[in-house]
Design a protein around this ligand. Structure first.
Ligand SMILES: [Zn+2]
Length: 163
């Protein structure tokens, strides 16, 4: 995200030399610099105690199976956001959350924080945003995720971690 106007007062920003960062968007009225950034969000690999993986389908995102993902709420930690998104979208109870890697998704200028969410396996209670969810073995999940998707890279990184 690139700042053009001050999010605080709405003034058009100029730039200011800011040490090693070079020229940075700057509001003269508020005397405040704003660093351009990629919006953070979470992407979650849902694993049960036997390393089976739950994937979901959301047709407005993709025709293929995908990982649960979502934006952080203000003042929320990434770990809490990961657990909340998994619970909201699948109804599963999250036992623990472990950060794995971050991924830059250029198309939407997102910094995706990749988590593995360990859950207690139970019936799904899907949110209205989710059409279906299903459990897969690691190999099946790898087949279902679209090649080139962040979800597939996250799964691949996790496989490297557990095997
Ligand atoms: Zn301002």
């Amino acid at each position: 995200m690139n700042y053009t106007y001050c999010p605080n007062c709405g003034e058009k920003l100029t730039t200011k030399l800011c040490g090693d960062e070079g020229m940075v968007p700057y509001c003269e009225k508020c005397d405040k610099v704003y660093f351009n950034f990629s919006q953070p969000c979470v992407i979650c690999l849902i694993a049960d105690e036997n390393n089976n993986i739950a994937l979901i389908k959301q047709s407005y995102v993709s025709e293929k199976y995908i990982c649960v993902a979502g934006f952080l709420k203000q003042a929320e930690t990434a770990e809490l956001a990961a657990a909340r998104e998994v619970n909201e979208e699948t109804g599963l109870d999250v036992l623990s959350v472990k950060y794995l890697n971050s991924y830059f998704y250029e198309k939407n200028d997102l910094l995706m924080l990749g988590f593995v969410c360990s859950v207690k396996r139970s019936d799904f209670l899907l949110s209205e945003e989710v059409e279906s969810a299903k459990w897969f073995s690691v190999d099946e999940a790898y087949e279902k995720l679209r090649t080139g998707s962040i979800g597939k890279v996250l799964l691949n990184d996790w496989i490297g971690f557990i095997r």
